[in-house]
Write a protein that binds this ligand. Structure first.
Ligand code: PLP
Length: 395
């Protein structure tokens, strides 16, 4: 007789992962996330963080976090809607709304909870969601939690999007087109001007998840809506505070009526505790830094262009990347993983990514340079890529 409490069913699943060679031990950071980090005890050039602007360990953010702890304590004490809203939470939201040039902002615990909380709050039974096939997992979760029907269109394929709209839009009460602003595995940018035009033609609302564009694209990192100058034409913009902003959290920016509604129906906002003061203090400081100057985003883009050009010059396949996310596409799954290991031995951390995260046969290592990397570090990384690429007959 089997004992269900032995969790044999999970043992079996874990064995399968091991057989498929996809069981992973997590790499461990032994110190802060930075341009150079100590990972698994070894000092390497870190090309796998989302710490685009180097804010995660920035002295100004650290200081602001410590000051907030001293003034407000370690925890918020309650969910936002009971008595967890401190004056700094409100100040953070007001500042973000100014930054985004939108009427209002609501902050959730993460980008993930923005999607899982907002989508079901704004579309319901009788409504339709039209979603890019490569949208982030948290958008897929948000769609599943809503009672709306969901149809997908081929990645960034505007003809396919229009086909879906033409065949289906008229059958539903409200229609919502959802897309990532920047796609995380290829680093390509959504075709937002065309999406907005189609949305206007077929009377759809638009929802952009700008996680990888927040602090990256647009003036001082205001996002894809700003990048394409589409202010006022996108209904829901999601940003994250966990990537370029360097801390943790997510926000929804839009009309005041939307934000008021989410304060009543955004479930993570209602049922999960407010951000601790340290997080809020650091986020406020980060947004202020972006509003003061374009220094950080300028440096990020200089570095990104430089590094991408060098990799392309060597003959690596960087796919359709248009942003600081630069994949180096290897193809075969095992080879991509070996390449990543070889880079690590050489002194570069660049995570290998394979099926099911990316389609079979397009396995890759994914790089993200940051504003914090120096030219010397990038040159050194390029040399290590070259050595490893030649040794493994990728070049
Ligand atoms: C990273 C990411 C998220 C999640 O953001 P967190 O703040 O880390 O929860 C959501 N959507 C997209 C597109 C992302 O890339």
């Amino acid at each position: 007789m089997s004992d269900v409490h032995q969790l044999d069913f999970l043992e079996e699943k874990i064995s399968q992962l091991k057989e498929q060679g996809v069981f992973r031990e997590l790499p461990e950071l032994n110190g802060p996330s930075g341009a150079v980090s100590v990972i698994n005890g070894r000092e390497v050039i870190n090309l796998s963080s989302n710490n685009y602007l180097g804010f995660a360990n920035h002295p100004r953010l650290k200081k602001a976090a410590i000051q907030a702890v001293e003034k407000y304590g370690a925890g918020a004490g309650a969910v936002r809607t009971i008595i967890g809203t401190m004056d700094i939470h409100n100040r953070m939201e007001k500042l973000l709304a100014d930054f985004k040039r939108e009427e209002a902002v609501i902050v959730f615990q993460s980008g993930l909870t923005c999607n899982s909380g907002t989508i079901p709050a704004v579309v319901d039974e009788g409504d339709l969601i039209i979603s890019d096939e490569l949208n982030h997992a948290s958008i897929i979760d948000g769609c599943r939690l809503s009672k709306a029907d969901v149809l997908r269109y081929r990645h960034s394929d505007m003809e396919d999007l229009e086909r879906v709209l033409k065949e289906n839009a008229h059958k539903y009460r409200n229609r919502l087109i959802i897309t990532d602003g920047v796609f995380s595995m290829d680093g390509d940018i959504a075709r937002l001007p065309e999406i907005v035009e189609l949305a206007e033609k077929y009377e759809c609302m638009t929802y952009i998840d700008d996680a990888h564009a927040s602090g990256v694209l647009g003036e001082s990192g205001r996002g894809t809506v700003d990048h394409f100058n589409l202010h006022g034409r996108v209904d829901f913009t999601i940003g994250t505070l966990s990537k370029a902003i360097g801390v943790m959290g997510g926000y929804v920016a839009g009309k005041k009526v939307l934000i008021d509604w989410l304060k009543h129906r955004g479930r993570p906002f209602l049922f999960s505790t407010a951000h601790p003061p340290a997080v809020v203090g650091a986020v406020i400081e980060a947004v202020k830094m972006l509003m003061e100057s374009t220094e950080y985003t300028d440096k990020l883009w200089d570095n990104a262009r430089y590094f991408k050009q060098k990799l392309q010059g060597l003959g690596f396949n960087t796919g359709k990347s248009e942003t600081p996310i630069t994949p180096v596409i290897i193809g075969e799954e095992a080879k991509a993983m070996q390449f990543s290991d070889r880079l690590f031995q050489g002194g570069v951390f660049a995570q290998g990514i394979a099926f099911p995260t990316v389609p079979r046969g397009t396995a890759r290592v994914r790089t993200i340079v940051t504003a914090a990397h120096t030219r010397e570090q990038l040159d050194r990384a390029v040399d290590i890529f070259k050595e490893a690429g030649q040794e493994m007959h990728i070049l």
